[in-house]
Design a protein around this ligand. Structure first.
Ligand code: GRF
Length: 229
Protein backbone atom coordinates (compact mmCIF):
# COMPACT_ATOMS: atom_id res chain seq x y z
CA UNK A 1 0.00 0.00 0.00
CA UNK A 2 1.62 3.34 -1.01
CA UNK A 3 1.79 6.03 1.64
CA UNK A 4 -1.10 8.50 1.74
CA UNK A 5 -0.99 11.76 -0.18
CA UNK A 6 -0.17 14.66 2.14
CA UNK A 7 -2.78 17.35 1.61
CA UNK A 8 -3.78 20.70 3.10
CA UNK A 9 -7.20 22.31 2.95
CA UNK A 10 -7.54 26.10 2.71
CA UNK A 11 -10.94 27.50 3.64
CA UNK A 12 -12.75 30.61 4.79
CA UNK A 13 -16.14 29.23 5.78
CA UNK A 14 -18.15 26.34 7.13
CA UNK A 15 -15.99 23.60 5.71
CA UNK A 16 -18.56 21.07 4.55
CA UNK A 17 -16.17 20.07 1.76
CA UNK A 18 -13.42 19.60 4.35
CA UNK A 19 -15.83 17.37 6.27
CA UNK A 20 -16.50 15.29 3.20
CA UNK A 21 -12.76 14.86 2.60
CA UNK A 22 -12.30 13.81 6.26
CA UNK A 23 -15.19 11.34 5.96
CA UNK A 24 -13.79 9.75 2.79
CA UNK A 25 -10.36 9.41 4.42
CA UNK A 26 -11.95 7.78 7.46
CA UNK A 27 -13.90 5.35 5.30
CA UNK A 28 -10.68 4.30 3.57
CA UNK A 29 -11.88 5.56 0.19
CA UNK A 30 -9.34 8.37 -0.04
CA UNK A 31 -5.68 7.54 0.57
CA UNK A 32 -4.77 10.95 1.95
CA UNK A 33 -3.59 12.48 5.19
CA UNK A 34 -4.78 16.00 5.99
CA UNK A 35 -1.60 17.57 7.37
CA UNK A 36 -2.98 21.07 7.84
CA UNK A 37 -6.11 23.21 7.59
CA UNK A 38 -5.49 26.91 6.95
CA UNK A 39 -8.03 29.69 7.19
CA UNK A 40 -7.71 33.39 6.52
CA UNK A 41 -10.76 33.93 8.75
CA UNK A 42 -10.53 33.11 12.46
CA UNK A 43 -14.32 32.60 12.59
CA UNK A 44 -14.39 29.92 9.87
CA UNK A 45 -16.47 26.94 10.99
CA UNK A 46 -14.12 24.62 9.14
CA UNK A 47 -11.47 25.24 11.82
CA UNK A 48 -13.68 23.62 14.43
CA UNK A 49 -14.31 20.62 12.18
CA UNK A 50 -10.54 20.19 11.83
CA UNK A 51 -9.96 20.47 15.59
CA UNK A 52 -12.64 17.88 16.24
CA UNK A 53 -10.59 15.45 14.17
CA UNK A 54 -7.24 16.51 15.68
CA UNK A 55 -6.07 18.01 12.39
CA UNK A 56 -3.52 20.83 12.86
CA UNK A 57 -4.89 24.28 12.02
CA UNK A 58 -3.41 27.69 11.26
CA UNK A 59 -5.22 30.99 11.10
CA UNK A 60 -3.38 33.40 8.84
CA UNK A 61 -5.55 36.47 8.63
CA UNK A 62 -4.87 38.37 5.41
CA UNK A 63 -5.54 41.63 7.28
CA UNK A 64 -2.33 41.05 9.25
CA UNK A 65 -0.17 41.16 6.11
CA UNK A 66 0.77 44.22 4.03
CA UNK A 67 0.33 42.45 0.67
CA UNK A 68 -1.19 39.37 -0.95
CA UNK A 69 2.32 38.15 -1.74
CA UNK A 70 3.35 38.25 1.91
CA UNK A 71 0.16 36.53 3.04
CA UNK A 72 0.63 33.82 0.40
CA UNK A 73 4.29 33.41 1.40
CA UNK A 74 3.31 32.85 5.03
CA UNK A 75 0.83 30.16 3.97
CA UNK A 76 3.39 28.48 1.71
CA UNK A 77 5.88 28.46 4.59
CA UNK A 78 3.44 26.51 6.78
CA UNK A 79 2.46 24.17 3.94
CA UNK A 80 6.10 23.34 3.32
CA UNK A 81 6.79 22.82 7.01
CA UNK A 82 3.91 20.34 7.10
CA UNK A 83 5.25 18.47 4.06
CA UNK A 84 2.12 19.19 2.02
CA UNK A 85 2.08 17.81 -1.53
CA UNK A 86 -1.38 18.88 -2.70
CA UNK A 87 -3.30 22.00 -1.71
CA UNK A 88 -7.12 21.92 -1.75
CA UNK A 89 -9.00 25.19 -1.91
CA UNK A 90 -12.43 24.55 -0.42
CA UNK A 91 -14.40 27.74 -0.02
CA UNK A 92 -11.20 29.76 0.31
CA UNK A 93 -12.35 33.29 -0.48
CA UNK A 94 -9.01 34.71 -1.59
CA UNK A 95 -7.23 34.79 -4.91
CA UNK A 96 -3.82 33.21 -4.72
CA UNK A 97 -0.88 34.86 -6.44
CA UNK A 98 1.59 33.73 -9.06
CA UNK A 99 4.39 32.73 -6.68
CA UNK A 100 2.04 30.49 -4.68
CA UNK A 101 0.69 28.84 -7.85
CA UNK A 102 4.21 28.29 -9.17
CA UNK A 103 5.34 26.68 -5.91
CA UNK A 104 2.78 23.89 -6.44
CA UNK A 105 2.45 23.43 -10.22
CA UNK A 106 -0.64 21.28 -10.97
CA UNK A 107 -0.78 20.57 -7.25
CA UNK A 108 -3.41 23.13 -6.20
CA UNK A 109 -7.07 22.17 -6.67
CA UNK A 110 -10.21 24.22 -6.34
CA UNK A 111 -13.88 23.34 -6.23
CA UNK A 112 -16.36 25.77 -7.75
CA UNK A 113 -20.15 25.50 -7.64
CA UNK A 114 -20.85 25.81 -11.37
CA UNK A 115 -20.03 24.13 -14.64
CA UNK A 116 -16.97 26.22 -15.44
CA UNK A 117 -16.25 28.22 -17.53
CA UNK A 118 -19.84 29.33 -16.82
CA UNK A 119 -20.34 31.55 -13.77
CA UNK A 120 -16.88 32.07 -12.29
CA UNK A 121 -16.57 34.35 -9.25
CA UNK A 122 -18.85 35.03 -6.35
CA UNK A 123 -22.19 33.29 -5.78
CA UNK A 124 -22.16 31.08 -8.85
CA UNK A 125 -25.42 29.48 -7.69
CA UNK A 126 -27.21 32.84 -7.75
CA UNK A 127 -25.67 33.62 -11.13
CA UNK A 128 -27.01 30.31 -12.48
CA UNK A 129 -30.47 30.86 -10.99
CA UNK A 130 -30.57 34.40 -12.40
CA UNK A 131 -29.56 33.15 -15.85
CA UNK A 132 -32.37 30.57 -15.85
CA UNK A 133 -30.07 27.72 -16.89
CA UNK A 134 -31.62 24.23 -16.88
CA UNK A 135 -28.46 22.49 -15.69
CA UNK A 136 -25.70 23.62 -13.39
CA UNK A 137 -23.22 21.73 -11.26
CA UNK A 138 -19.76 21.74 -9.79
CA UNK A 139 -16.21 21.61 -11.08
CA UNK A 140 -12.93 20.45 -9.55
CA UNK A 141 -10.00 21.97 -11.41
CA UNK A 142 -6.31 22.68 -11.11
CA UNK A 143 -5.67 26.27 -10.13
CA UNK A 144 -3.80 28.64 -12.40
CA UNK A 145 -3.33 32.36 -12.00
CA UNK A 146 -6.84 33.33 -13.19
CA UNK A 147 -9.96 33.26 -11.05
CA UNK A 148 -11.82 29.90 -11.09
CA UNK A 149 -9.74 28.80 -14.06
CA UNK A 150 -7.41 25.94 -14.95
CA UNK A 151 -7.55 22.36 -16.26
CA UNK A 152 -10.80 20.59 -15.33
CA UNK A 153 -10.44 17.28 -13.48
CA UNK A 154 -14.10 16.36 -12.93
CA UNK A 155 -17.49 17.97 -13.34
CA UNK A 156 -20.90 16.97 -12.09
CA UNK A 157 -24.18 18.32 -13.44
CA UNK A 158 -27.54 18.67 -11.72
CA UNK A 159 -30.86 19.91 -13.07
CA UNK A 160 -31.89 23.46 -12.28
CA UNK A 161 -35.63 24.09 -12.22
CA UNK A 162 -37.19 27.33 -13.42
CA UNK A 163 -38.18 29.55 -10.53
CA UNK A 164 -36.88 27.30 -7.75
CA UNK A 165 -34.43 29.96 -6.58
CA UNK A 166 -30.88 29.86 -5.38
CA UNK A 167 -31.14 27.81 -2.19
CA UNK A 168 -32.56 24.59 -3.57
CA UNK A 169 -30.13 24.64 -6.47
CA UNK A 170 -27.22 25.36 -4.11
CA UNK A 171 -28.15 22.38 -1.89
CA UNK A 172 -28.23 20.05 -4.88
CA UNK A 173 -24.85 21.34 -6.09
CA UNK A 174 -23.24 21.07 -2.64
CA UNK A 175 -24.27 17.42 -2.27
CA UNK A 176 -22.48 16.76 -5.54
CA UNK A 177 -19.40 18.72 -4.46
CA UNK A 178 -19.09 16.40 -1.49
CA UNK A 179 -18.71 13.44 -3.84
CA UNK A 180 -16.55 14.82 -6.64
CA UNK A 181 -13.85 16.53 -4.55
CA UNK A 182 -12.79 13.36 -2.69
CA UNK A 183 -12.96 11.42 -5.97
CA UNK A 184 -10.64 13.89 -7.71
CA UNK A 185 -8.24 13.73 -4.78
CA UNK A 186 -8.21 9.95 -4.81
CA UNK A 187 -7.26 10.04 -8.50
CA UNK A 188 -4.31 12.25 -7.55
CA UNK A 189 -3.42 9.99 -4.64
CA UNK A 190 -3.36 7.05 -7.07
CA UNK A 191 -1.21 9.11 -9.49
CA UNK A 192 -3.77 8.72 -12.27
CA UNK A 193 -4.05 12.36 -13.34
CA UNK A 194 -1.99 13.67 -16.26
CA UNK A 195 -2.01 16.80 -18.39
CA UNK A 196 -1.91 16.17 -22.14
CA UNK A 197 -0.13 18.29 -24.75
CA UNK A 198 -3.05 20.72 -24.85
CA UNK A 199 -3.01 21.21 -21.10
CA UNK A 200 -6.17 19.12 -20.63
CA UNK A 201 -6.56 16.52 -17.92
CA UNK A 202 -6.42 12.85 -18.82
CA UNK A 203 -7.32 10.17 -16.29
CA UNK A 204 -5.19 7.03 -16.46
CA UNK A 205 -7.05 3.73 -16.04
CA UNK A 206 -6.85 2.02 -12.68
CA UNK A 207 -5.15 -1.37 -12.26
CA UNK A 208 -7.26 -3.37 -11.63
CA UNK A 209 -9.99 -1.04 -12.74
CA UNK A 210 -12.19 0.16 -9.87
CA UNK A 211 -15.85 -0.70 -10.01
CA UNK A 212 -17.94 2.19 -11.21
CA UNK A 213 -20.58 3.34 -8.76
CA UNK A 214 -23.60 1.09 -9.20
CA UNK A 215 -26.20 3.52 -7.94
CA UNK A 216 -25.41 6.61 -9.99
CA UNK A 217 -27.47 9.49 -8.60
CA UNK A 218 -29.82 11.75 -10.50
CA UNK A 219 -26.91 13.69 -11.88
CA UNK A 220 -24.23 13.30 -14.49
CA UNK A 221 -20.62 13.03 -13.41
CA UNK A 222 -17.73 12.94 -15.83
CA UNK A 223 -15.43 11.04 -15.49
CA UNK A 224 -17.87 8.69 -13.71
CA UNK A 225 -17.56 8.30 -9.97
CA UNK A 226 -16.09 5.05 -8.75
CA UNK A 227 -17.58 2.76 -6.17
CA UNK A 228 -18.05 4.43 -2.78
CA UNK A 229 -17.93 8.06 -3.95
C1 GRF B 1 -18.64 25.57 -1.91
O1 GRF B 1 -19.84 25.81 -2.59
C2 GRF B 1 -17.48 25.65 -2.85
O2 GRF B 1 -17.78 25.19 -4.13
C3 GRF B 1 -17.19 27.12 -2.89
O3 GRF B 1 -17.39 27.55 -1.58
C4 GRF B 1 -18.32 26.69 -0.93
C5 GRF B 1 -17.64 26.18 0.31
O4 GRF B 1 -18.52 25.45 1.13
N1 GRF B 1 -15.89 27.38 -3.44
P1 GRF B 1 -17.99 24.72 2.41
O5 GRF B 1 -17.26 25.75 3.28
O6 GRF B 1 -17.07 23.62 1.98
O7 GRF B 1 -19.23 24.21 3.10
Amino acid sequence: MPRPLFIAVLLSGGGSNLQSIIDHVQKGLLQASIRLVVSNDPRAGGLERARTHAIPTRVLNHRDYPSREQHDAAIVHHLQQAGVEVVCLAGYMRLIGKAFVQTYPQRILNIHPSLLPAFPGLDAQQQAADAGVRFSGATVHFVDEKLDHGPIIIQGAVPAYPGEGRERLARRILALEHRIYPQALQWLAADRVRLDGQGLVRLLPDEPRSALAGDQPACLVNPPLESGF
